[in-house]
Design a protein around this ligand. Structure first.
Ligand code: HEC
Length: 277
């Protein structure tokens, strides 16, 4: 199965728009880092994190120092002072490669994030090896969202799911759109499952037209076609199923029992989710 990369297709702009969907309404294009620095009241800061894309289970964690601004400061600057006031809302980070992370606003109150645009060592290329996806030298710019996981080690278990890179657009949105919990299924029963799908899967995949453009297959359809065992193997050890695949496993830093529980919950939810026309 081939993956359509939505970035870097200027000559095929119309085609890429047709394939990848038009830019989402209400989204703010991020200014280039040089321009952002003229708009911000303070100079950028160095932030050191454990880099989840470089850290592999069983090996010492890899630290990296980046240069950027506290995410809250940038969001206030670009989305206005009320960006974190509305309840049940989330920030969407849309990346050049079609990856779309949607992060609940409350998470920014609980944990410190930075929007970075370079390494502290200005001579080092702003790129990373994405070990979970078997990709080398992946460009991170224009912006990369990193979390202070030295102050909050519990974030280490999540891997890179909430660390969107190549971020070019942000927007403030209502959480839990109807696509995730449509009429006909109990939102009480499935809200937690839908949030797991959002966090771990819908940055690349979709349900009923909602989600990312990196690999826009409809999981509500696909889950119904795959038996429990195949589903588990895909989510827990995709490399065993298809060596060389860029589908990332559920974060390996998480306890195995939790990974298995999440895989089972996602399967149950996506099988229950109606396929909308
Ligand atoms: C970083 C992007 C990314 C994320 C996140 C991701 N996937 Fe995938 N997924 C892929 C890619 C790319 C493929 C195609 C892999 C291939 O064919 O080599 C794929 C393939 C699949 C397939 C197989 C489809 C088939 O051929 O039958 C399933 C099922 C799947 N993903 C489910 C999930 C679920 C469930 C999650 C969340 C736990 C998830 N994916 C998270 C990128 C992603």
């Amino acid at each position: 199965m081939s993956i359509i990369h939505c970035a870097n297709l200027p000559a095929l702009l119309l085609l890429s728009l047709a394939l990848c969907g038009s830019p989402s309404a209400g989204a703010e294009a991020l200014p280039a880092p040089a321009l952002l620095q003229t708009q911000m009241a303070t100079p950028p800061a160095v932030v050191t994190v454990i880099e989840p894309h470089l850290s592999v289970k069983g090996e010492p964690p890899v630290r990296r120092a980046y240069l950027g601004y506290p995410a809250a400061q940038v969001l206030r600057q670009l989305l206005g002072a009320d960006w974190n006031r509305a309840s049940n809302s989330e920030i969407e980070f849309r990346a050049l490669d079609g990856f779309v992370a949607r992060i609940p606003v409350e998470r920014f109150a609980k944990y410190r994030a930075h929007l970075v645009f370079g390494l502290a060592d200005a001579k080092a290329p702003f790129s990373v090896d994405n070990k979970a996806q078997g990709e080398k030298d992946v460009p991170l710019g224009p912006y990369y969202l990193v979390w202070d996981n030295l102050a909050a080690p519990e974030l280490l278990a999540e891997g890179g799911a909430q660390w969107p890179y190549q971020v070019a657009q942000i927007s403030l949105r209502q959480a839990s759109p109807p696509a995730l919990l449509p009429p006909g299924i109990s939102s009480e029963q499935w809200a937690e499952h839908a949030a797991l799908a959002q966090k771990f899967c819908l940055s690349c995949h979709q349900v009923n037209g909602f989600g990312g453009d990196k690999m826009p297959l409809n999981l509500a359809v696909r889950a119904k076609l795959l038996d429990e065992r195949t589903w588990r193997v895909w989510l827990l050890t995709p490399q065993a199923f298809k060596p060389g695949t860029s589908m990332p496993a559920l974060p390996e830093a998480m306890p195995q029992a939790e990974r298995e529980a999440i895989a089972a919950k996602l399967h149950a939810y996506l099988k229950a989710l109606p396929v909308l026309p």
